[in-house]
Design a protein around this ligand. Structure first.
Ligand SMILES: [Fe+2]
Length: 186
C-alpha cells in the first residue's frame, strides 16, 4: 500500500495515523475544488434546457447584474453558482447548489440559493399546476428581502442573449478565494 494511503479495508479496523493520512490528502484536494466549480460552470455552455440562453450565459448574466448593482461578493458568488446543481438534477438543482455553497457562505445566502426556485415560481409555477406564491412561507425570514432582490432583479431577468456579460475569468478569483480553504465543521 502506498505511504500516502490508509490500508484498512473496514473503518472499524482503522487507526488514528491512517485518518491523519486521509485528512492530509483531503486538505491537499481542496485546491482542486475551485477548479471543478469553474469547469462545471464552463460545461454549462451547451446546456440550454429549452431556454433562450445557455446556462453559462444565464449564470454569467445573473452574476454580472449582481456585480453591477454593487451586490456583496457573497451574493455575486451565489448568483454565479445558484443553478450549478442542474448538472445532475434540474428538478432538485437549487438544493444541490445550496449544499455545495453552504460551508463557504452565510446561512442567509445558503437559504436564498436553497429557496430561489420558490421565489421564481411566481412567474411560471402556475403553468405546471404548482402554487406561484410559495415564497410567502418565507416572508418573515430576515433574508426575505434579499432573496426577492436576488431573484427579481437578477436571476429571473438574466435570460437576455444580447446582454453583455462579464467573462467567467472575471469571476474566477472570487470562486478561488471562496473555496480556498477546507471547511471545518462539515
Ligand atoms: Fe437561475
Amino acid at each position: 500500500m502506498p505511504e500516502d494511503r490508509a490500508s484498512f479495508s473496514r473503518m472499524d479496523q482503522s487507526t488514528r495515523a491512517e485518518w491523519m493520512t486521509i485528512g492530509r490528502a483531503t486538505a491537499e484536494l481542496q485546491s482542486s475544488v475551485a477548479d471543478r466549480v469553474v469547469s462545471m460552470l464552463r460545461g454549462f455552455d451547451q446546456l440550454y434546457a429549452g431556454f433562450a440562453v445557455s446556462q453559462l450565459h444565464h449564470a454569467l448574466q445573473t452574476a454580472t447584474m449582481a456585480r453591477r448593482a454593487n451586490a456583496s461578493d457573497e451574493m455575486v458568488l451565489c448568483a454565479l453558482c445558484h443553478d450549478i446543481g442542474k448538472h445532475v438534477s434540474i428538478a432538485n438543482h437549487a438544493a444541490i447548489a445550496a449544499e455545495i455553497l453552504r460551508p463557504y457562505v452565510s446561512d442567509d445566502a445558503y437559504k436564498i440559493v436553497l429557496t430561489h426556485q420558490q421565489f421564481q415560481g411566481r412567474h411560471y409555477y402556475e403553468h405546471f399546476g404548482k402554487s406561484s406564491t410559495l415564497r410567502e412561507r418565507h416572508r418573515a425570514e430576515p433574508w426575505f428581502a434579499l432573496a426577492e432582490r436576488f431573484t427579481e432583479e437578477w436571476d429571473q431577468a438574466a435570460f437576455d442573449p444580447a446582454y453583455r456579460v462579464l467573462p467567467l475569468a472575471e469571476f474566477e478569483p472570487l470562486v478561488r478565494a471562496t473555496f480556498a480553504n477546507y471547511p471545518t465543521g462539515y
